[in-house]
Design a protein around this ligand. Structure first.
Ligand SMILES: *Cc1c(COP(=O)(O)O)cnc(C)c1O
Length: 438
């Protein structure tokens, strides 16, 4: 269903509705709750921040509450989906979304916590090899995690963490620059840790090339998949990624603070020489309840678990994973491309309709143009009056996201956004630009 070359794309309600009618995934929209604004459903473009609630989630969570009521502690073994192994009910679906093997993933904890736990294992600084490379505009929690890891090891974060900056007048990172920074630090580099999709620009990094460069330099390579999981196609296993963590409340719609998860490559999964912060849930399930005094890790990523499964949160994630499976990830990605291409087209239309002096356009897209290098999100720099425009959009029920000093992020999500959503966004954006005299 991509916006094909023989199709005349139009900035009209009629065109958008026609696209929606021929969208094989259109029925999924009705499986989500949309908030209301002035009595109307909002146009929701912040699935990159907090995905909408599937209508089925309540039932999944209620089932666990019922089983808890019926079984008490015995629910660990006798509930419909025994809590003892609850995390294992999710691994196949998570593995498929991430391009991993089931034993390479497990859902547990929350995101920043997981990043720390992975760094404990995969950031092992020595006197000579201690540096970390990350994005300059990484999500703040990632910056804090990396800087404080340096502190924990008695290192100075200023000298330890190397920040990748875009070239002058550019907003995204060039792969060649990432690779050359890795090469320049090859002798002292311990790990490379990037967001797979940068939260701010929406850039989807060329992960395999980065992993290869990091390994060539003798460093490990990991990713925070917060903005990538459920949004872009990855092959973590084949790309030889060492470690990764993801969250479930953005594109995976598992609700506020939803359970996170990790990926540990098979090469490391059973390597007991890798140190870790162990807990009983990571112990071999055969002996977990026998309470041995000595930790024997479970195979693969599961051996990094610490605490018993947060079942209510995992039930919400399971509800969403079942929807992803029904929709099909290939179909979702194909719709995602069309939807974001349509958004890009609509923004170009707005620019040409409101341009001043022949060149002065109100919106600049900083997300890469190449669909291979982005997911569904487009990040827009507002030339002028960004805050007022953002406020006007919000007042009219268009939910987008504002980042100081001048960026609006818009994420049309293929599971529940429509072409009509994108069209209406454009109409309201254009009128906001005109009414603020931008
Ligand atoms: C959303 C996000 C976080 C948030 O971390 P939590 O621990 O879930 O609060 C961290 N890092 C990145 C890259 C994110 O996108």
């Amino acid at each position: 269903m991509p916006l094909t070359s023989n199709e005349i794309v139009q900035n009209t309600l009629e065109f958008a509705r026609k696209k929606d009618e021929s969208d094989p995934l259109r029925k999924f929209r009705d499986q989500f709750y949309f908030p209301l604004s002035n009595g109307n459903l909002v146009r929701y473009f912040t699935g990159n921040s907090l995905g909408l609630q599937p209508r089925s989630t309540q039932e999944y969570v209620l089932n666990e509450l019922e089983d808890w009521a019926s079984w008490g502690v015995e629910g660990h073994f006798h509930s419909r989906m025994p809590w003892f192994q609850y995390q294992d009910f999710l691994t196949d679906q998570i593995a498929k979304l991430l391009g991993a093997k089931p034993e390479e993933v497990v859902s547990m904890n929350s995101l920043t916590t997981n990043l720390h736990l992975l760094l404990v294992s995969f950031y092992r600084p020595t006197k000579t090899r201690y540096k970390i490379i990350c994005e300059y505009d990484a999500f703040p929690s990632d910056l804090y995690a990396l800087q404080s890891q340096a502190n924990v090891h008695g290192l100075d974060p200023e000298e330890t963490v190397i920040y990748l900056k875009p070239r002058d007048a550019e907003h995204c990172l060039r792969t060649e620059d990432i690779v050359s920074t890795i090469q320049e630090n090859a002798d002292s580099l311990a790990t490379v840790m990037l967001g797979a999709v940068n939260y701010y620009t929406g850039q989807f990094f060329e992960m395999k090339k980065i992993v290869d460069a990091a390994h060539k330099a003798g460093a490990t390579c990991g990713f925070n998949l917060a903005h990538a999981a459920g949004n872009v196609r990855m092959n973590l296993h084949d790309w030889n990624v060492d470690y990764a963590c993801f969250c479930s409340y953005k594109y995976l719609n598992a609700g506020p603070g939803g359970v996170s998860g990790i990926f540990v490559h098979e090469r490391h999964g059973n390597d007991t020489s890798i140190p870790r912060f162990a807990g009983w849930w990571g112990n071999d399930p055969e002996t977990r309840f026998k309470m041995p005094r000595k930790f024997v890790p479970a195979k693969g990523a599961r051996g990094w678990q610490q605490s018993n499964a947060p079942v209510l949160s995992m039930a919400a994630l399971k509800a969403s994973l079942d929807i992803f499976e029904k929709a099909g990830f290939d179909e979702l990605l194909s719709k995602s491309r069309s939807l974001t291409a349509y958004l890009e087209f609509i923004i170009q239309e707005i620019n040409s309709n409101t341009m001043k002096n022949g060149t002065d356009v109100p919106i600049r897209i900083i997300t890469p143009e190449n669909p291979e290098h982005r997911g569904c999100q487009l990040s827009l720099i507002m030339n002028k009056n960004g805050r007022d425009i953002y406020k006007l959009l919000t007042d009219q029920g268009v939910i987008v996201d504002w980042r100081e000093p001048d960026v609006i992020r818009v994420a049309p999500v293929p599971l529940y956004n429509s072409f009509e959503d994108v069209f209406q966004f454009g109409k309201l954006m254009e009128s906001a630009i005109r009414s603020t005299g931008t």
